[in-house]
Design a protein around this ligand. Structure first.
Ligand code: NAG
Ligand code: NAG
Ligand code: NAG
Length: 694
């Protein structure tokens, strides 16, 4: 309180109300300071001041300990004894009067003294709470009213609350109402609809004013919490989500997380997601998480099958308000397809005589991927006489790069490799088997440049002499060799009468027995021809050499045989020992050793008389020939050396009759020039008669 009443005392009109039967009334403002003189009772009651002291004047108050006012017995002044708080004294009562009785004795005299306490504006309006909390649903209609607590002002009348002022704001105005008890209270009136999503709370300052002078005020903070109403549907962060997704992304890959926000609160703002329009195909591939909005891969994404998917997603809040968005998923290519090689045409087999650059086949390469992943390079292995020529688009022609030779390489495995330009690149390969077909491009070739055949004369007709071989590397009939003789003549005789050749084997047979003594050698020409068309051939010379056989007996030239009689030679009778008496001369048609003659006396009439020179054939006397010697000496001379013990072979001499030539086949051993033993198959014995001449 501490109201300094005296400062304002001039403003107050203190008045003395007229009293009947000696009562007096005063009116003072509350809170006036102690000692303040309210009035002079003696004077106002018209009492004889001089007698007061003997009449024991006193101021009584019923039943109250607080006196508030007192009387100055010396002066009769009614003074304020203690500060009076009207509000404490009378509360809200309009009239507040302190009632005293002035008691005088001698004689007893009572005077009523009323001191009316006037209110001064010493209390501000006071709200019961420092803050008024209101919860208003955002869906509240315009005009909705919200009564506010009434502030209390202990003062009364005009000093009590008279007016309000509400802080300027967008939503509310204040309407002042009068309560049944006359109090003035405010009501908040919604002037503009609330939007929780825009403003979740509104804080206002309400000021209550009283009507006193000076005016006092009290404030309260009105705190309005805007309650949510489901007035917002979920809104996606984008109308259209465009994402790209590599094909083959593994299951569980997050494609995109769609997100919708709902400005509402709680269930009104809790959003769940689902597909609202999706193709059957995409249903199998994509899933959406109800709560997070993550769209995930759940199947095999194949760029080659579909390049994009359009799905619609819906977000719903707890009360079923929904928002939509579109999700465009563009699948990007991954290099997951290897090139596919297909052989569009293939000339198999190819003949070996084709020119370089001949097209063997046409190859097509496809790759299902796109862009770089479908760019394909195609190659074949090294070391084959082929190459790939790029042609239109994905076509290649396989051509030869050089001549082919079936006889060297008869087939090829050509491996075509196609590699794309993806990262990492994929490749595939295909091997084609190409056969080279034959052309008759090789003549038969004899193994030797020339052949020699050695045949012993007297051969058996039909015996084989030698064989020739010619090779032809061509295929089948192109490489089948047939042998034949080239017609020619030997000594005027067609060669075919001497020789024949087996056309298949090349074995040469003698047609007849050859006679060395007739001719010793001759040449024939053979042809080897293949069966190709046209045929190829080559020829070779075979030299036939006939070897000698000892098929001719020596012929005695001297002494000349005379008819069927013995060869007779006259020998001088007086021949001395060692003198040459005759000479046997023989020839042999054979050659070499077969014609090498030696002489020997096999049997003689007088074995001691003559010797014969082994090679010279000279017959000489061994001793002097005497009279006693027989006139006729028979000698059997052999050509060749008779083996010892085989001398006498039943050749008998008949001295009286002419002996005749006897030919005996026997075994003899010839000593050849090189000291080797050889067999001679025939040996001729000639009986010779030497007639001693007188
Ligand atoms: C080609 O391939 C086949 C099968 O693998 C094989 O038998 C043949 O020997 C091959 N030919 C060549 C000339 O490599
Ligand atoms: C032999 O060669 C000819 C061409 O010289 C060819 O036409 C023929 O087909 C070939 N024969 C065989 C069996 O290859
Ligand atoms: C034998 O071959 C030679 C060269 O090889 C050839 O000059 C000649 O004409 C051929 N003779 C015959 C009769 O075919």
């Amino acid at each position: 309180m501490g109201y300094k009443g005296f400062l304002f005392s001039a403003a107050f009109c203190l008045w003395l109300m007229g009293t009947s039967n000696g009562d007096v009334s005063y009116s003072i403002p509350e809170e006036i300071k102690r000692g303040y003189i309210i009035g002079n009772l003696f004077k106002d009651l018209d009492l004889n001041f001089n007698r007061i002291s003997i009449r024991k004047a006193r101021l009584d108050m019923d039943g109250s300990e607080q006196r508030y006012c007192d009387i100055n017995l010396d002066t009769g002044d009614l003074i304020v004894a203690e500060t009076i708080d009207r509000e404490e004294l009378c509360g809200p009562r309009v009239s507040c009067t302190l009632k005293y009785e002035l008691v005088l004795e001698n004689p007893l005299e009572l005077h009523r003294v009323n001191v009316q306490i006037q209110d001064i504006n010493d209390n501000p309006p006071r709200f019961p709470n420092a803050r008024i909390d209101l919860e208003i649903n955002e869906s509240a209609d315009k005009g909705a009213r919200y009564p506010l607590d009434e502030p209390h002002d202990s003062d009364i009348g005009l000093n009590a609350v008279q007016s309000y002022s509400l802080e300027r704001n967008d939503y509310f105005i204040l309407d002042i109402q009068t309560s049944p008890d006359g109090g003035k209270y405010g009501e908040l009136v919604l002037e503009k609809e609330l939007d929780r999503e825009q403003q979740q709370e509104v804080t206002l300052l309400l000021t209550a004013f009283d009507g006193g002078t000076p005016q006092r005020s009290g404030t309260v903070v009105i705190h309005v919490t805007v309650l949510d109403a489901n007035d917002n549907k979920p809104v996606f962060s984008q109308n259209v989500y465009k994402v790209s997704l590599p094909e083959n992304s593994p299951k569980g890959t997050v494609v995109v997380a769609v997100s919708a926000s709902d400005l509402d609160e709680g269930a009104n703002g809790a959003v769940t997601y689902e597909f609202s329009r999706i193709s059957d195909k995409a249903t199998k591939l994509l899933s959406i998480d109800k709560t997070t909005g993550e769209i995930k891969v759940q199947g095999l994404i194949d760029y080659e099958e579909y390049k994009e998917y359009e799905v619609r997603v819906q977000a719903k809040d707890g009360s079923g308000l929904a928002g939509n968005a579109k999700v465009m998923i563009y699948i990007t290519d991954v290099n997951d397809n290897a090139p596919v090689i297909s052989i569009k045409s293939f000339n198999d087999p190819i003949t070996e005589n084709v020119l370089p650059g001949t097209e063997v086949g046409i190859i097509n390469v496809q790759d299902k991927d796109s862009e770089g992943n479908r760019q394909v390079r195609c190659s074949i292995q090294q070391n084959v006489p082929f190459k790939l020529n790029p042609s239109i688009k994905n076509y290649y022609s396989l051509v030869t790069t050089s001549e082919l030779d079936r006889e060297i390489i008869s087939d090829y495995n050509i491996t075509i490799t196609a590699t794309d330009e993806g990262s990492p690149p994929l490749s595939s390969s295909k091997t084609i088997h190409l056969s080279v077909s034959d052309v008759n491009d090789n003549p038969p070739v004899f193994e030797e440049q020339s052949y020699s055949a050695y045949v012993t004369e007297n051969n058996k007709p039909g015996s084989s002499m030698c064989s020739v071989t010619a090779r032809d590397p061509d295929w089948r009939q192109n490489g089948t060799v047939v042998y034949s003789l080239l017609p020619s003549e030997v000594n005027g005789v067609p060669v075919s009468s001497f020789l024949s050749i087996n056309g298949d084997t090349g074995v040469i047979h003698a047609v007849r027995a050859f006679d060395y003594e007739q001719f010793r050698s001759f040449k024939v020409h053979l042809v080897a021809r293949d069966n190709g068309s046209p045929p190829l051939s080559s020829n070779v010379t075979v030299s036939v050499f006939i070897t000698d056989e000892n098929d001719n007996s020596p012929q005695i030239l001297y002494p000349a045989p005379a008819g069927n009689s013995l060869m007779t030679e006259m020998v001088p009778k007086a021949a001395l020992a060692g003198s040459l008496v005759s000479k046997v001369i023989a020839v042999d048609a054979d050659s070499g050793q077969n014609a090498w003659l030696s002489y020997q006396i096999v049997k003689s009439t007088d074995p001691g008389l003559f010797t014969i020179g082994l090679h010279s054939g000279e017959i000489r006397a061994q001793r002097d020939i005497t009279e006693s010697d027989s006139m006729k000496q028979n000698l059997v001379i052999s050509e060749g050396i008779a083996k010892s013990g085989e001398a006498d072979h039943g050749i008998t001499f008949n001295n009286n009759r002419d002996s005749h030539r006897v030919v005996v086949n026997w075994t003899c051993v010839m000593v050849t020039n090189d000291s080797k033993e050889a067999h001679c198959n025939t040996i001729k014995l000639w009986p010779i008669r030497l007639v001693l001449n007188e």
